[in-house]
Design a binder for this molecule. Structure first.
Ligand SMILES: [Zn+2]
Length: 78
């Protein structure tokens, strides 16, 4: 992904960010996991930690539209 992302609704420049996941341990970045959610007695849902991808979400300051990308590395590192 390169350059500023444009809102598909109103064509304003979107700002990068991330969705806050509030857990018992604190705040975390939302992640994407492949497949169906499988219940786990110990953790609520089973998770293969080597397969999850952190989610970067763009926000349109004009209309509020959110657009998410699951990328192995954060946008700022590119
Ligand atoms: Zn917009």
């Amino acid at each position: 992904m390169q350059g500023p992302v444009e809102c598909i609704k109103c064509h304003a420049h979107m700002e990068p960010g991330w969705v806050v996941d509030k857990t018992h341990a604190g705040y975390e970045q939302e992640s994407w996991s492949p497949g169906e959610p499988q219940p786990s007695f110990w953790t609520g849902l089973k998770l293969e930690k080597d397969k999850i991808v952190p989610v970067t979400t763009f926000h349109c300051p004009n209309c509020g539209y959110l657009e998410s990308y699951a990328l192995p590395q954060s946008i700022s590192e590119r």
